[in-house]
Design a protein around this ligand. Structure first.
Ligand SMILES: [Zn+2]
Length: 237
């Protein structure tokens, strides 16, 4: 009853004062959208059918990943416009509409993935954020995305990683030294129990070094299949 009333109010409000499209700033046609129809239709779509919803099969993606420890990679987009703009607005300017848009689109991708009949993981986990940074930002975007995944697919969300240690400066270090730093940064909670298949959620994947380190911990805890789900993946061009 209350939701129906709120929906009615939102429609009425939209008629009086339509929201602006988050990309082109023209009025949005539908009350429950943040993009106008033209921008929505023009959004770049990744070739999911071509790679069976595993972007690791695409050379332009796999070239940039350093020895991946995950089995599947699913991303909403490449780290390009307009997604890069919305991601930066969400993370660095706490722009709530941009965050809402990305979370909605992420949920939509996962629903589509489920409808295509792909096997779902038994649990969702997410990349932890250093407490100081989380305090400054007020939220961990990976955790919010993991909540979207868990509620969209009706899968348990597990909080298994302990709070990460601050990373020493990485500048001037070689690959081995950086890897050692990463190993010291993350840990699993002592009482964490994990199922055989999980999806690890993070907001952006560049080389996959952080995800790899989290996957190493998950595998050590007995996880046999890891899907990495993200908003944007950097292309190696
Ligand atoms: Zn638009």
């Amino acid at each position: 009853m209350l939701i129906a009333l709120l929906n009615h109010f939102a429609r009425l409000w939209h008629c009086l004062l339509p929201a602006s499209c988050l990309w082109c700033s023209l009025p949005v046609q539908r009350y429950d959208r943040q993009l106008c129809d033209a921008c929505q239709q023009a959004l770049p779509v990744l070739p999911y059918a071509l790679c069976h919803y595993n972007l690791m099969w695409l050379p332009q993606v796999s070239r940039g990943l350093k020895k991946p420890r995950f089995d599947q990679l699913l991303s909403l987009a490449y780290y390009q416009q307009p997604y890069r703009h919305w991601l930066q607005r969400w993370k660095f300017a706490a722009d709530a509409p941009a965050g809402d848009l990305l979370q909605q689109q992420f949920g939509h991708l996962l629903r589509q993935y489920q409808q295509q009949g792909h096997a779902l993981p038994q649990a969702i986990v997410y990349a932890p954020m250093h407490p100081r940074r989380q305090r400054q930002r007020g939220f961990n975007q990976a955790q919010l995305l993991a909540r979207v995944a868990a509620s969209t697919l009706n899968i348990p969300l597990l909080d298994v990683f302990s709070r990460p240690q601050a990373l020493p400066p990485q500048v001037g270090l070689n690959r081995k030294q950086r890897q050692r730093n990463l190993r010291q940064a993350f840990a699993l909670q002592a009482n964490a129990t994990l199922p055989a298949t999980v999806a690890l959620v993070d907001d952006v994947i560049t080389t996959g070094a952080t995800a790899n380190e989290l996957c190493r911990l998950l595998r050590r805890a007995g996880v046999s299949h890891i899907s990495l789900w993200t908003l944007a993946v950097t292309l190696d061009v």
